[in-house]
Every structure is written in structure tokens, then in C-alpha cells.
Design a binder for this molecule. Sequence first.
Ligand code: FEO
Length: 670
Amino acid sequence: MQCVKRVLPDLFWVGADDRRLSCFEGVYGVPNGVSYNSYLMLDGKTVLFDTVDKAVARTFFENVAYVLGNRKLDYLVIHHMEPDHAATIEDLMFRYPEVTVVCNSKIETLLKQFFDYDFAGKVHIVNEGDVLNVGKHSLTFVNAPMVHWPEVMMSYDSTDKILFTADAFGTFGALNGHIFADEVDFMHDWLDEARRYYTNIVGKYGVQVQNILKKAAALEINYVCPLHGFVWRSHFNDFLEKYLQWSSYTPERKGVCLAYASVYGHTENMANILAGKLVDRGVSVEMFDTSVIPASYIVASAFKNSHLVFASTTYNAGIFVTMENLLHDIVAHNIQKRKVALLENGSWAATSGKLMKDLLSKIPNTEFITPTVSIKSAPKAKTMDELDALADAIAADIVPAKKAETAPIEEAVVEKALTVEKEAFFQFTYGLEVLTTRVDGVDYGCIINSAVQVSEGDKKKVAVSVINKNHTCEMLKKSGKFVVSVLTEEAPFSLFKQFGFQSGRDVDKFEGADYNDRMANGIRYLPVYTNAVFSCEVIQTFDLGVSTLFIADVVEAKVLSKAPSATYAYYHAHIKPKNNPAPEQKEGWRCKVCGYFYEGHELPKDYVCPLCNHGPDDFEYVPGTPVKKVKGFICKICGHFEPYDGEELPADYVCPLCNHGRDDFEPAER
Ligand code: FEO
């Protein structure tokens, strides 16, 4: 019987969960299972996006048949040929012989390698940027080489803004009846498995992931559909932020991943002592016994933490076998930009420290904290001193604030008295509101982040501060009354553009609104994306130079919803689009085998591709295109860049970061 989930009215998940798999790809334990995602679009044409692993073939084919009903299958888009998604392609071809396979030429090559089926006349080859119209949807194809195989591509549906991302943005774990990431507490309950999935499956190819993230940044994306794990339809930036960190090998936190290999417990003893000393100094530690914990968990922790400590006994004149395996994995995943400390043990001749260092030295940008702490058989009193010194060195990197605590008090006070760090003001928590007023029958409104309650008791009062250059401020001084609509986290960026990025002098900010809700005082309020509204009458004003502070009595207030209020921090993290760097193409040479890009005018004659080891003959020249610069204005106070094509910003434009007005901006290009 079918087991499908609806993603959109015309898009269905037809994949399946697998909870019986003990080792994904034969090496990664998946105690929570894994999902194999396939999606079926019903448009003018029917389009299946990838197939599934053979283990769940039966459910998959029942799902496809159910969603298709009486319709035939027109297209199979293949993004990735690894058998966890491609194993059932041949079977699908037999069941749906009229289907046309849509893929790139590398995928076509793999089709012929994996299957004996005769695909002649059944394959439609697409290249980067090609578009396939299937009815109301248009699919654009984007190559994503080495994320994480050379043939991988992604598809973008420009109608519903869906990005089909192949393995990227997937996670280990069965879906368990969910389909959307917002149906679970992803960042709390799933992030560890998502990290383990990324770091182990894709982690080696950080440069290639960064390249595809740049391409994705130029797209408006409402849905992300990966081949494993959840569909993203909200809060995707939270996950994207993690990908940006992981793919650039930026540690998520300052902390220690401590892995040890011990035969009879003495090396473990040394590792435990060091862990205790680190924690005493305020350092967070994640600790692993390499003989017990599979390497994939330790690799994930190494991506997460800034400092790595490896402790190994000497075994057969080398590194203990489980540690050696782990270190080969760490090197293979190219985990860069880490500080590394080593502990070794050897009853006769300790060699593991040097051998571990030799192995890890292959990773670029690895910094060793020396000396290696070395013991013979068991830790002794002098080991305690050496571990203290090592713990001090690590803690000095991670908790520098601790040093300040021991600095002379007078020194610290003098520094604080003389410094006004503007970033400190960013730590205040603000809500976001729309302030509206009405003068001579015309409605005005603007975004504020300054409404606060200033009195308790029966007579409620609020204060709002509005920039003087803002047209709404001028109107508010005339009307003496206003309405505050408290915005919720659901408020879209377009609403902030509507009320914040244009002037009431030039436009009617309510034009086209499909609501006309008013409080008893006749002033409009926002009935959507708002959880509470307040009607207020001004009783005092204070001119603060740049802005005016209005103190007002609250004469009417009502709750509209229970949705959480949007804070200023939330706006920046989740609502405001990230800066979209213009896609650019640098001059260089692209490996035709794996897609690796060598930047530069000339390719050295003896150059060998660092990914696939092919020589210069397998590279093709890619001419650079000039980088398109975006015109705009930059805030001289806080550095915020506002893209803007006009001669000057609107008169009442206010910097969303520091609240300074147009006069504090100067023209700039980015
Ligand atoms: Fe999920 Fe690369 O296969």
C-alpha cells in the first residue's frame, strides 16, 4: 500500500524510510535509519525526481503508481547516480518504458556503466542553465560537481522556487511520518546527525560546496528538497548557516574534541586527567574512545570544535589501530584550520606522537600545540605538570576572558571608561513594530524598533522613538495619536520593504493592501503578521536631535494572535535575506573529469588535479567574466551596505542596523 506525503499541491514525496540498514554506504552506522527521498511532480507533464535504494523498491513503486493514477510518467530527472538513489532506475525503465531520462552527460555515462538496459533514444541531455518546461513549472539545471560525486546536478523550479539539492542538505535519520523540517525541532534534535551526515559524506569537498552555495545564493528559494532527510520550507537560513561553516572548515564553537586509543587504560587515564583540567579552565570537551565510538561521530565532532586532542598508545611500533584509522579519516576529510595537541604512550619506545603528527601535518592550516605530552606506561607526577601546561595553552586560546579577570582592576576599568563599542548596543533586545498614524484623511506608517511600555498600573503608557527625518514622524507630531502593530516572526521581508525602505512622501505605503482595518481612533493597523495592536495618544514629546521620543497613553489594545513577536535579532537571522553575492566566474581551468577549478591564466604543464589526479589534458580553459558590481550606499557609522540604484537614498531612509539617517551614508559599490 502507498505511503506518500504531499509537499505542495502538485508535488509529492514518493520515497521511503529504511530502519533496517545497519551501515549506510557500508561504514556509517545509522541507528535512527535513513530516508531515500524521491519526488513526483504532476504538471502538464509528470516528472519524477530520482529513484530510491533497492531496499525500499517495493514501497517506492507503489507510491509512484498511486500518485500517477492513470497518467503516464513523462520524465525522470536524475540528479545523482549513487545507488542509494539510482538502484531502481532500470526497474523503473521497464515499468514505464515511455519515460524520458533527463540528466547530464556524466550521468548518462554512469547509467551505461551501472545498467545493461538500452537507454538509446531515451535520454535528454541537459547542460548548466538549460531549462525544461513541464507545464506551469520550469526546471533549470545546475551542475554541482563533487557534491559529492562528479556527476551531481541540482534542479531549480522557478515557479514554486524549489531547489532539488541531491545529497546536499540531507541528514541521517528516517523521517518517521514527517516531511518538513519545521515539523520537528531540527536544530535541537537533528543537527548532530545532520552534521555527521554532511561531514562524513560531503565534508571532504568544502570548496565545491562553497561553489554551489554561491550559485544558490543568487536564487530565491522557498523549498529545498534533498535526497535524504527533511524538506525545508522555513528557517532554512539556520541550516544554510551551518553549511557555510562546515564547508569553510570554520569551527562551530571554541571547544575540544578529545579522542584517545588506550589498551590497558593508562593512556585513557592521561586523557581523562587532561579533560578534567580543561573543564576546570572553562573549556568544553567532547571525548571519545576510538575503540568504542565509530569514526564518523568523531569526524563530526572534529568539524564542530576548534581544538583537537589525540592520545594514543604505541602499538606494533606505530599508532594504535583504531586511532590510526580515525586519523586517516580526519586527513581524508581535510579538516583544516584546527589547533591540534598530541598525547603519546610507549612502554619501550613511544613513537605514536611523532607518527600522529606526521599524518596530521598533511592537512593544510593545521597548527600543533607543542610539546607532545609523552608517558612511559603510566602517567607520573611530572605528567600532571605537563598536562597543566597543555591545558593552560588550550584554555588561553578558548577562554581569553579568563585572563582579563586576573588583570589589575584599575586597568580594566580605565579601558571600559574610554571605550564605547557600538557592537555592545546590538546586544539590546528590540521588538519590531509598524507605527501608523493618519493626517487629513491620509494614512502613514513606518517600521520602528523602539516601542516599550513605560508605566504599570491602570493607566498604561508606552514610549516610541521615531527618526525626525521620517515622514511618519512629521505626521505623528501633527496628529498626536498613533497605532502600534507588534510584528510576529511570520512577517515577510516584503513587509519591511513596504514600510521601511520607502518614504511616505513619495508613495502610499498602503497601496494595494487587501485590508483596511482601523482602530476606534480611525487609524489603520496591520491585521496580519501582527499579534497585538495599541492605540495611543501622545502626552509628551522629547526632541533627541536625530529622533523624537513620544510618550503616550494607551487608549485601546487588543491581542490578534499568539504568534511570537519578531525581535530585531530574529529579523536579522531569519527574515532579512542574506547578502546575495553576484554569481561570478573567475578565469581558470576546469577539470573535465571531476569539475575541480584551478584559478589562474595559465595551467602549469605538470599540473595534476588534486581531486581526481588527471593531468592538464583533462582541463578546459574557462574565461573569466567581469564581476558585476552592485550600486548602493554604505553607512559611515556601522558599515551596513544598502543596495540602491537611485541618486540618493529616500529622505527618511534609516539604517536598519544603527538607525542613522541618509546623511550618514555615502555612495558605494559592492
Ligand atoms: Fe545519498 Fe551520494 O548518495
